[in-house]
Design a protein around this ligand. Sequence first.
Ligand code: AHM
Ligand code: MG
Length: 338
Amino acid sequence: MLVKRKGITVSRLIMDDQLLHPGATGELTGLLNDLVVAGKIISAEVNMAGLADILGQSGKTNIQGETVQKLDVFANQTIKRRMEQCGYVCVMASEEEDEVIPVLEGYEGEYTIAFDPLDGSSNIDVNVSIGTIFSIHKRVSEPGYAGEEDLLQKGTEQVAAGYIIYGSSTVMVYTTGSGVHGFTLDPSVGEFFLSHPNITIPEICPYYSVNEAYSEHWFDSTRNFIAHLKKEEDGRGYSLRYIGSLVADFHRNLVKGGIFLYPRDKKSPEKSEGKLRLLYEAAPMAMIVEQAGGRAITDDGRRILDIKPTSLHQRVPLIIGSKKEVDLAERFFSSSSE
Ligand code: AHM
Ligand code: MG
């Protein structure tokens, strides 16, 4: 295994990863590098978001006479445009779009990408961290046709997954199945540098993250598990941290240790499978967390990565984070008959 030194650039590490796979064509390398560019463009726009009021509201014309786009629309278009003609992708899916997104004719490649262009978008207006999540698979169809079947693959088949968090700094975290690495964008030179080599999720887990406002609608398993975490037995003591932006909640837990839950509840039919999407949110985060030594399961004990999606926007209940806490959660959730 090559030594990952802090300070090397993300493109360098992506190249090094390719060297670990003899016979690699360089397509995945090219695809990841194009995503890095998309991340930099979105990051620059996110940093300008607070100026929207001064420069012009979304949908209106700014003082330069340009139409100001909503940030999630901008992020979606930026990734689509970069991917549709990069030559490495055959078909895409975005959390923002109902149908599969084709690439430009003549530009079909070997990979598929599913992405959430700007996750946590309810936080945009209030300067809270938001992010882009992506999941990459190899196509299963023959060249010439690419469609939903190429995207509806299990998480175990992902060849790469990652996210870019636009926070106090912009950080990109990704895995190609040989460890998880994090890079921080230095805006002065426009380059991502390795800041978090070989991330492993801490065994000591100080945080739990769940939307407690829904507790009245929780099933007993969720209620009992959270009540258990609150008991200061065995010297344990957890703090609650919930931002409401999966990328930000996940990133904190990955670096500091923690467990995040978005379980089913009794409130409304649309929450019957939780809120988060398998393709764009749960599966990529599950690949990252497992690569970092953690776990990701549903609230009925299924491993997220083993779920075969049946539709593009399928939702899934998610319990993800430090291994010991997810093991513990599994005991609470598997003993319930809900
Ligand atoms: P979005 O993709 O529309 O932004 O929704 C997903 C977000 C996640 O980032 C976050 O974990 C969750 O919704 C928060 O939901 P809630 O406000 O119900 O707690
Ligand atoms: Mg989302």
